[in-house]
Design a protein around this ligand. Sequence first.
Ligand SMILES: C[S@@+](CC[C@H](N)C(=O)[O-])C[C@H]1O[C@@H](n2cnc3c(N)ncnc32)[C@H](O)[C@@H]1O
Length: 355
Amino acid sequence: MSESPCLKVPKALGQKAITLVKRLNLLNRELKVKRVEDHLYIPLTSEPLPAHIEELEKSLPEFEVSASSFPERAKRPLKLADLLEDRLPPHLLTSLPRAIDFVGEIAVAEIPPELENHKRLIGEAILTTHKRVHTVLAKSGAVGGKYRLREFEVIAGVDKTETVHREHGCAYHVDLSKVYFSPRLSHEHDRVASKVRENETVVDMFAGVGPFSILTAKKRRNVRVYAIDVNPDAVHYLKTNINVNRVEKKVVPILGDARQVVEEKLTGVADRVIMNLPENALEYVNVACEAIKAEGGIMHYYEFTNAPEPLETAKNQLIEAVKQTGRNIKEILLARTVRVTAPYTWQVAVDAEVQ
Ligand SMILES: C[S@@+](CC[C@H](N)C(=O)[O-])C[C@H]1O[C@@H](n2cnc3c(N)ncnc32)[C@H](O)[C@@H]1O
């Protein structure tokens, strides 16, 4: 319990009084409002000034300023809506971004069109609610192009898009304006890396800055991972990350198109292939089959789908595509929905054993 100045009002005036006290910036949010018989006691941050009393008198036919002891609220992280509730109209509060991505010291938010004029205010609020964040970026469009990039706008904090992100004990240097990286794939990175066994050779066909390849190498004493990407900036950061995470002896970075690289030097080498390019993965199934050893191997396949039965559809498409290469799927080991990427569109993962 804590002692605090307070406003005592009849219960019937309670909601009105709380709204008013909030507007006057007097509400003590660390303490709970309490009810004693027919009255509410609203804890205040300080004694009201004469100007405050004047405002209270205009709206409340009955009130009393006093002091009392109040139970403390359980401490919870300050939310964006708490911070902005007095600065945005109530109908806009419901549109505040819910899913904010954190990549190192950068927060990435999707600002809905109705909040466009308030984006800097929202950015500042994100800086306040998340002390580790130095920069807030707003997504300016969808992920697109060969390198799977997105445009961003700095809406608050330091003007930068480069940071170091930590995931499963590894550090990843990334520049979000130049390379693909999504913290939403964190579970997949770990799930796939955990499947790799000692002495395997892995081909990570669309490696980006290395979150599958590097974690795999960190987890196993003896593996060889060929990490391919066509984006020179991705390979630049991949090389940095290989060094920073000390996996130089296990991960081989390769700049180039996965199809060409496999055809030229990685045919029949892989126990396992990672195909994290969901928008075009189907086109590369034949390349993956070419990389997998003659005696067989595992394929970690991803695709986007808006089919009504996403998992069944993805499995069937993969089975058919593998068949067309002259090989077969011995067993589907797993099919799971990774995330929703748009209304009625999912990213799905299928792990399959290829004969
Ligand atoms: C969806 S991102 C995935 C990156 C990484 N696996 C991750 O989890 O962060 C796909 C990556 O594939 C790369 N890419 C696209 N087409 C490619 C191709 N034909 N060959 C090699 N890399 C390609 C892009 O540059 C991008 O970095």
